[in-house]
Design a protein around this ligand. Structure first.
Ligand code: FMN
Length: 193
């Protein structure tokens, strides 16, 4: 893969919230993705993250129903026929020292990119119901869910657009496409020395 291919992959790896219904993502695909996340960088290489993969339709639905989808889209909520096909939950093993949120960020992006390469789309979700996960997956008291990632086949158009008037809120345009404003390079690049 050259730089331009990688650039395209990064740009196409968007948080997606409208998925095609009745799709199955195999457990093996999800495990392959976690197997990549497993070898990414970790503060002090402590690796406090553990993973749960879910493609059981009933559990996926229960999890999707409980998510707070798209806080900025106040007149939209995900409907049943837009739900994802799978979830991966990142779990902090609090018995292991570490810098878990940075590790989780690295793992998240790896999972989103790997999903994309496999033809899926994902969405990072801080708002998964962590108490539900603890009960449903019988997590021991040292295991704290930190982040969910919904995975499915995308069923929406997503665009990266420029931030206007310092407004970074994502929105849907008049074609019902999801638009994600990103700050311009000259705003974020503080200097070159
Ligand atoms: C740590 C983290 C937590 C997030 N939690 C949620 C969430 O609970 N619900 C949701 O709909 N989107 C969530 N998102 C998705 C963000 O809204 C999304 O990343 C942002 O709008 C930018 O879009 P992009 O990922 O396509 O660049 C989360 C993203 C991150 C990185």
């Amino acid at each position: 893969m050259d730089f331009n291919n990688f650039k395209e992959l990064i740009n196409k790896t968007r948080c997606t919230r409208r998925f095609k219904e009745n799709q199955t993502i195999s457990k093996q695909d999800l495990i392959d993705i976690v197997d990549l996340a497993r070898v990414t960088s970790s503060a002090k290489n402590m690796q406090p993250l553990k993973y749960i993969v879910i493609n059981d339709k009933k559990i996926v639905k229960e999890m999707a129903d409980r998510v707070k989808w798209a806080a900025h889209l106040t007149s939209w909520d995900q409907s049943e026929d837009e739900q994802p096909s799978a979830f991966i939950v990142l779990v902090n093993d609090t018995s292991i020292d570490g810098f878990v949120m940075v590790d989780a960020g690295i793992s998240l992006q790896t999972i989103l990119l790997a999903s994309r390469i496999k033809g899926y789309a994902g969405c990072a979700l801080a708002s998964i119901d962590k108490e539900f996960c603890k009960k449903e997956f019988n997590l021991a008291s040292n295991l704290e869910p930190v982040l969910g990632i919904a995975i499915g086949i995308e069923n929406e158009v997503l665009n990266v657009v420029d931030v206007q008037d310092n407004d970074t809120n994502y929105y849907r345009n008049d074609k019902d496409e999801h638009c994600v404003p990103k700050r311009a390079l000259d705003e974020v690049l503080l200097g070159t020395y």
